[in-house]
Design a binder for this molecule. Structure first.
Ligand code: GAE
Ligand code: MG
Ligand code: MG
Length: 396
């Protein structure tokens, strides 16, 4: 089998918070008439510059056309050469590698007539427990709206939530207090996520204040790549600490420094199935657990994440993919299924990733290429619509 062409489509899809995200679908066409599809989800992260979609298409064609997709490892190595690790969480090159690796897996599984799970060593589970995100409070006035989010998502079956915290601890506490008094034991708070915005000491102080509200773990409580800060934090709290994995070097640093209890692994931030499985295996060998993180994928990317979660022996914390309930629209023909706060894997009988894309809808939603809107720094960090007029400083 040979790859004959590469296609790239960019779609813009708003969230319920009003924040708009750009995603790309990559298609690998072959001489056997089978097409592999990969999702490059949510490019709308810092740094605030946009890729050139036409140029990226040319690059991917140059690298992939004429190649046999069975050369999965060789192709991944070449892609890692073209889009190297930068030790940055939202490195766009990793998103590109993820989309291509996902499309290769989809292609190979379809050509074998099996689900991608078969390529990942089978399934250890058919569903993964997930939690719904509460985006960061900047003021106490936002608490009521976020309690309303908990109310409505609880009705949709989500009984575990995670809270982006640390910018306004009074608001964080008011929210947690509100959750406890209104929902009691019906709602669990999985984590406080500081998103690397704080040094470990202020993160520790805020955690001591908020931990009595029964949170299960703390995520990203130190500046990016500060593996010693993470360890200092971890040694000072009883709660498990998790951190995202965005490069093999960073992963190995965290293992060597015994910085965390849990590695947060998402296909998009590590570069696809092959890289994610290596990262999860390294964690397993080091005696660490993993959870499946998210950038908030569309339905297709969410299904891919579910397949990864289904295959990991050391998945032992609540995971994060809830994109289909975060975005206001999608391009898959059927909605990915959630039940009682679990994300269900696509049926094993479905070949490839197991989710179909509605290409007419992609055609309707697609944009010329990547471009940035008028999002300000705090919006980009917090994934919400503008709280302050454009041009206002967010550094206090
Ligand atoms: O930090 C996290 O756990 C998030 O999922 C984080 O990566 C978010 O910024 C996410 C989003 O776009 O909401 O990517
Ligand atoms: Mg996080
Ligand atoms: Mg994201």
């Amino acid at each position: 089998m040979k790859i004959t062409d590469v296609k790239l489509d960019v779609v813009r899809i708003p969230r319920e918070t009003g924040f708009v995200c750009e995603h790309a679908f990559v298609r690998l066409l072959t001489d056997e008439g089978i097409t592999g599809v990969g999702e490059m989800s949510d490019f709308s992260h810092l740094p605030k510059y946009a890729l050139d979609a036409a140029d990226l298409t040319v690059t991917l064609r140059r690298q992939l056309v004429g190649r046999d997709p069975h050369e999965l490892s060789a192709l991944n190595l070449e892609l890692a050469g073209l889009f190297p690790e930068t030790m940055y969480y939202y490195e766009k090159g990793t998103f590109i590698r993820c989309g291509v690796d996902m499309a290769l897996h989809d292609l190979l599984a379809k050509s074998l007539g099996v689900n991608v799970s078969r390529l990942l060593g089978g399934r250890l589970r058919d569903k993964i427990k997930v939690c719904y995100p509460i985006f960061r409070h900047r003021s106490v006035s936002e608490v009521a709206d976020n309690l309303a989010v908990v109310r409505s998502k609880l009705e949709q079956g989500f009984d575990v939530f995670r809270l982006y915290a640390g910018v306004n601890p009074d608001a964080d506490e008011a929210f947690l207090d509100g959750v406890r008094s209104e929902f009691g034991s019906r709602v669990t708070i999985k984590s406080l996520d500081y998103s690397h915005l704080l040094d470990w000491k202020p993160a520790l102080r805020i955690t001591r204040r908020l931990a009595p509200y029964d949170v299960q773990l703390v995520e990203s409580p130190a500046f990016r790549n500060d593996v010693e800060g993470l360890r200092n934090f971890r040694m000072a709290v009883d709660l498990p600490v998790s951190e995202h994995v965005w490069s093999f070097k960073q992963l190995s640093d965290m293992i060597r420094h015994d910085s965390v209890d849990l590695f947060n692994i998402a296909l998009i931030f590590i570069g696809g199935f092959e890289a994610a499985r290596k990262a999860a295996a390294a964690a397993e060998v080091a005696g660490k657990g993993v959870l499946i993180g998210t950038t908030q994928e569309l339905g297709y990317g969410t299904a891919a994440q579910a397949l990864l979660g289904g295959a990991l022996a050391n998945l032992n914390a609540v995971s994060d993919p809830t994109g289909p309930y975060v975005y206001t629209d999608d391009v898959s023909t059927e909605k990915v299924r959630y039940e009682d706060g679990y994300l269900l894997l696509p049926e094993l009988a479905k070949p490839g990733i197991g989710v179909e894309i509605d290409w007419d809808k992609v055609e309707r939603l697609k944009t010329e290429g990547f471009s940035w809107g008028d999002q300000e720094l705090a919006q980009l960090q917090d994934r919400t619509r503008a709280a302050k007029p454009p041009g206002t400083s967010v550094i206090s």
